[in-house]
Ligand binder design. Structure first.
Ligand code: SF4
Ligand code: SF4
Length: 168
């Protein structure tokens, strides 16, 4: 849980997940930000005004899931690397996850990398579908991976294995 190891518990995660019916409509952001800190670039990053702080900059951000179009523009902006976009409609068995990434080497499109859980433990190999950045947050990449739907709420990081950079 957050207070003991910094990793949100299942119950804590339920407080930030969009409703199941929103996941059925396509890609949607998940904001895994649990602390009241003076920070708000996520709010201004969203062209749809889907991220709100009702009581000022120290409030926790809330997602208006019905306004989110899953564009992923918010993924690069968060200094806490706490914003993700999940698409559970990608295919019958696979979802996509767009996550923030600040390590080197930067993976390439088509590359197979290791998906990591919130504690950094390996979960399964995943395929990189898209690699993007923007001028404002050019040191944080947004990496979109294809992963099993069963792991879409577990995997929150990736590891590129040096010397094993082939693609499937
Ligand atoms: S994915 Fe796009 S629309 Fe959704 S919250 Fe992020 S920036 Fe806004
Ligand atoms: S930018 Fe990230 S850390 Fe800052 S309030 Fe938004 S989600 Fe939280």
């Amino acid at each position: 849980m957050l207070k003991s190891d910094g990793i949100p518990s299942y119950e804590e995660l339920q407080t930030v997940l969009p409703p199941p019916e929103r996941f059925a409509k396509g890609p949607v952001a998940i904001i895994e930000c649990f602390q009241d800190i003076p920070c708000d670039p996520c709010v201004s990053s969203c062209p749809k005004h889907a991220i709100v702080m009702k009581s000022g900059i120290t409030d926790r951000p809330r997602l208006e899931a019905n306004l989110c179009v899953g564009c992923t523009l918010c993924v690069n902006c968060c200094p806490g690397l706490a914003v993700f976009v999940v698409d559970m409609t990608h295919s019958e068995k696979a979802a996509t996850l767009t996550l923030p990434y600040e390590c080197l080497p930067v993976p390439k499109v088509g590359e197979i990398v290791m998906g990591l859980d919130r504690s950094g433990k390996p979960v399964c190999e995943v395929k990189v579908l898209k690699v993007s950045t923007n001028k404002k947050y050019e040191k944080t990449w947004a990496i979109t991976i294809e992963l099993p739907k069963t792991q879409a709420m577990e995997i929150r990081g990736i590891k590129v294995a040096p010397g094993k950079r082939g693609s499937k």
